[in-house]
Design a protein around this ligand. Structure first.
Ligand code: A3P
Length: 292
């Protein structure tokens, strides 16, 4: 196990094995009933995977525990070359497929077949903190270095999978041109029932309030943290070293306040204004009791 270097693929820094197998990724043939879950890393991918899997199977937690999260939901760009291809082919339809690729790098077949996509976005500051701890504990991701240096790399858009800013903006711009349900981590945290209802509607599954309540429960942070099929304990400790930082770390909105200094926050905000100019996309960066 070694930390992979990053290689540029169409202007996006990606881990070496993804770059090496780029042709397979690019030419990947989706199926019309594939559901893509797209996120910038650490925006709540695993959370949405579990929600969608439970919605698909009518809230049956035993069924959702049939296999670890990374087997049930193949990771598109890392599924090549070895056994991963097999996982993709063997996954019965309707497949749920995860990707962190920015919109423009998603295999074209997803868009030509008009596949549904659920995009989850998370505010930049919490997203950056979460990715920092993930890069520390993950044995194949690049070493993040000290927090200050890492935050600089985030702002320079040089992390694995590239720019957070471009990622969230581009899917936002594309959402009405394709079948993209654009959700926010902060909203799911604030009102999971409401957001899961949106997922049900999008997937055309009318499961009723009782099943909805069950899904809210099974996908709460505390329950997922205890669930071995989603808490990362099925992943080799050479890849996920959970003694450095748990995969289910905190699951909160506003945790960035414990890591950003006042000076870092000022620099970050000024740079953010500049990078996000002209977009209608807005995020909440703290828990706001009155917002619904
Ligand atoms: P933190 O590091 O801030 O705790 P991803 O699945 O994309 O890797 O995202 C991981 C982030 O989502 C982590 O954030 C993780 O704790 C959080 N997360 C996972 N399941 C969650 C849940 N059920 N509720 C809230 N946050 C969750």
């Amino acid at each position: 196990i070694k930390r992979f270097p990053l290689r540029m693929v169409h202007g996006i820094p990606l881990m070496e094995p993804i770059a090496q197998n780029w042709k397979h990724v690019e030419e990947f043939q989706a199926r019309p009933d594939d559901l893509l879950i797209a996120t910038y890393p650490k925006a709540g991918t695993t959370w949405m995977q579990e929600i969608v899997d439970l919605v698909n199977n009518g809230g049956d937690i035993e069924n959702a525990k049939r296999a670890p999260f990374h087997i049930r939901v193949p990771f598109l760009e890392l599924a090549f070359p070895d056994s991963g291809v097999e996982i993709l082919n063997k996954t019965p339809s309707p497949r749920i497929i995860k990707t962190h690729l920015p919109f423009q790098l998603v295999p074209k077949s997803f868009w030509t077949l008009n596949c549904k996509t659920i995009y989850v976005a998370r505010n930049a500051k919490d997203n950056a903190v979460s990715f920092y701890f993930f890069n520390k504990m993950n044995g194949v991701q690049p070493e993040p270095g000290p927090w200050d240096e890492y935050l600089q790399t985030f702002m320079e858009e040089k992390l694995s999978w590239g720019s957070w800013y471009d990622h969230v903006r581009r899917y936002w711009d594309e959402k009405d041109k394709h079948r993209i349900l654009y959700l926010f981590y902060e909203d799911i945290k604030k009102n999971p029932a409401r957001e899961i209802r949106k997922v049900m509607k999008f997937l055309e599954k009318d499961l009723g309030e009782e099943v909805l309540e069950k899904i809210v429960h099974y996908t709460s942070f505390q329950v997922m943290k205890e669930n071995p099929m989603v808490n990362g304990s099925t992943v080799s400790s050479l890849i996920f070293n959970q003694s450095i930082s748990p995969f289910m770390r905190k699951g909160e909105v506003g945790d960035w306040k414990h890591y950003f200094t006042v000076a870092q926050n000022e620099v970050f905000d000024a740079d953010y204004q500049h990078k996000m100019v002209g977009t209608t996309l807005t995020f909440r960066t703290q828990i706001s009791p009155d917002a619904t």
